[in-house]
Write a protein that binds this ligand. Structure first.
Ligand SMILES: [Zn+2]
Length: 105
């Protein structure tokens, strides 16, 4: 996927960010970006850093003999720590949101 397409989306998924990691890291705007575009690029780069950090943790744990790997939770994020909600699995960040959607009446 093109980075310019990703920038038009309100939220890129972790998979899209990982698939476009090189492009996200090296992307430069041909024209002056809108504030929303530069903000989204910043968000994608931050998330990419988080995902890379998680991969390093998972790798270290594997080397240490622990069963740890990144899992794609139902919320759409990769996480090492999978939480269980009534709507499915979620990462720690989405736990409240995933739980509230069923309980928030
Ligand atoms: Zn999540």
């Amino acid at each position: 996927m093109l980075i310019t397409d990703l920038l038009q989306q309100a939220q890129a998924t972790d998979q899209e960010i990982l698939d476009s990691a090189y492009g996200i890291e090296n992307f430069t705007f041909d024209t002056i970006p809108s504030p929303a575009e530069s903000k989204r690029l910043r968000q994608m780069r931050n998330r990419l850093d988080e995902l890379k950090a998680m991969k390093r943790v998972a790798l270290r744990a594997r080397v240490a003999g622990k069963q740890t790997r990144m899992v794609l939770a139902d919320c759409g994020h990769y996480t090492i720590e999978v939480m269980s909600t009534s709507r499915g699995s979620s990462c720690p960040n989405c736990y409240d949101r995933m739980s509230n959607l069923t309980e928030g009446r």
